[in-house]
Design a protein around this ligand. Structure first.
Ligand SMILES: Nc1nc2c(ncn2[C@@H]2O[C@H](COP(=O)(O)OP(=O)(O)OP(=O)(O)O)[C@@H](O)[C@H]2O)c(=O)[nH]1
Ligand SMILES: [Mg+2]
Length: 201
């Protein structure tokens, strides 16, 4: 075998692994999303929501929710033979903000999950990635009980830049989540390419 080539003469592609964050407000479906696509058993750090937490843990809209992420979710998905994503789901509640910088280190991009019933809950995540110029897409997790809004309405409500993709999705559906992740990679690649171009000019 010639160095860098496979036996059939095809160029060998270096596998790439990328780190993607899955962020958004409390109970928006981050753990569900990571679980829906991960090809390994996802690592979860769920704790039971308690009576004591009721005043601060607002479960309206997700009343069937009994647990919450206290550190992170972790999963892996191979999008292509040479492209693997490591997914890091953040905890949704404000009291775990101190973990975000750890989780965000080295991330190529992010998904900000949003629920149209509580859009304001994802402002903090949008703001976080905008400030750090980490490219992100907004995934609108379409709960059956929630009214449907077109992506453009969500973009306006969140005051997003025109280039930020907004994708409607179902966090429980593997294919739907995969489409969101493909969009993150595409967007992050374009973003990085633009960045390089502006540095070299
Ligand atoms: N109907 C519906 N339910 C969903 C969907 N996505 C998640 N859920 C449910 O909503 C609840 C919240 O989901 P989680 O995945 O735990 O949300 P999370 O964002 O990880 O929550 P925290 O870690 O506590 O911030 C769970 O009971 C899910 O089963 C969805 O697309 N449709
Ligand atoms: Mg969670």
């Amino acid at each position: 075998m010639i160095f860098g080539r496979s036996e059939r003469g095809m160029p060998q592609v270096e596998p790439v692994t990328l780190k993607i964050l899955v962020a958004g407000g409390f109970g928006v479906g981050k753990t569900t999303l990571v679980g829906a696509v991960s090809e390994i058993r996802p690592l979860r750090t769920e704790e039971v929501l308690t009576e004591a937490g009721r005043p601060v843990d607002d479960t309206s809209g997700v009343e069937s929710k009994h647990t919450t992420t206290v550190a992170m979710d972790f999963g892996r998905i191979t999008l292509r033979e040479d492209l693997t994503l490591y997914l890091f789901g953040t905890p949704g509640q404000d009291r775990f903000w101190f973990l975000w910088d750890e989780l965000a280190a080295g991330a190529l991009g992010a998904v900000v999950l949003a629920d149209t019933r509580r859009l304001e809950d994802c402002f903090a995540a949008v703001d976080y990635f905008e400030r750090r110029t980490i490219p992100f897409v907004v995934g609108v997790n379409c709960f059956e009980e929630a009214a449907r809004y077109p992506a453009e309405a969500v973009r306006r409500a969140l005051d997003l830049d025109d280039d930020v993709p907004v994708v409607l999705c179902d966090a429980r559906e593997r294919q739907s989540v995969k489409e969101v992740l493909v969009e993150v990679v595409r967007h992050a690649m374009a973003y990085t390419a633009d960045d390089r171009a502006s540095v070299s000019t």
